[in-house]
Design a protein around this ligand. Structure first.
Ligand SMILES: C[S@@+](CC[C@H](N)C(=O)[O-])C[C@H]1O[C@@H](n2cnc3c(N)ncnc32)[C@H](O)[C@@H]1O
Length: 221
């Protein structure tokens, strides 16, 4: 789907689902909460931080961070942002490829479930890296290309729209090139709803995790 079609797609979903977590095309509500809870636990305590939720949608992923941090949410779906604003995010409607922030503004940049929609994903990751503070963390979550469940699903479901998928190695290489270190992975297994925290060399993580998250720390200049 083209960028303008995705924008309309998520505007419609936000309307249909009234801003609920299901706007974001999670497998089900339980999978959203498992993913959010484990991701936040993995990040550790966050207080007084400048956080960017890139492709925030309705803001459900980062809403629990709002109380003790400043959370900015960027998305091109204006309808989704109405709900993100109600959840307490400071919102900006626009493209992730041209963020309106100075270099190194954020302690933490989250980009959850977004790059599987974007062919030009390297440009977006560059932009996310630019606004991450030296010593700050960039975390990207996306679909695992090696997932056997996803391969089977794409054979059964010919209308499937989320056909961009990635390997851990691809994203690790981009993180390295952009000057990120201390790289770690979290592997997410749906529909069994568990996560593991290995690099994913083992068969179970490599071929059965449906998604994975990568996080790295921007090396100080
Ligand atoms: C699957 S949803 C994920 C939302 C949220 N991160 C979450 O996990 O609940 C993907 C979001 O990315 C946004 N998006 C996709 N491409 C974008 C782009 N180039 N610029 C801004 N937003 C984009 C969509 O509008 C949508 O809200």
């Amino acid at each position: 789907m083209s960028q303008s079609n995705w924008k309309e797609y998520f505007n419609d979903k936000a309307k249909t689902h009234g801003g609920s977590v299901m706007t974001s095309d999670y497998f089900n509500e339980k999978s959203f909460y498992i993913q959010r809870e484990n991701t936040l636990k993995w990040l550790g305590a966050l207080k007084g931080k400048e956080i960017l939720d890139a492709g925030c949608g309705v803001g459900a992923f980062s809403e629990t961070l709002v109380k003790e941090n400043t959370v900015h949410g960027v998305d091109f779906s204006e309808k989704s942002l109405e709900f993100a604003k109600k959840r307490g995010l400071t919102t900006h409607c626009g493209d992730l490829g041209a963020l309106p922030y100075e270099n190194g503004k954020f302690d933490l940049v989250l980009c959850i479930g977004v790059i599987q929609l974007i062919t030009d994903y390297k440009r977006i990751i560059n932009e996310l890296a630019r606004v991450t503070k030296p010593g700050g963390t960039l975390l990207i979550e996306t679909l695992n290309r090696n997932s056997l469940q996803r391969k089977m699903y794409s054979v059964i479901n010919k209308d499937k729209k989320f056909d961009l998928m990635y390997t851990r190695e691809e994203l690790e290489s981009i993180f390295n090139q952009l000057g990120f270190g201390s790289i770690e992975f979290m592997n997410i297994h749906h529909p069994l709803s568990f996560v593991t925290y290995k690099k994913g060399e083992g068969f179970i993580d490599k071929c059965f995790s449906t998604s994975f998250a990568i996080k790295g720390v921007k090396v100080k200049a």
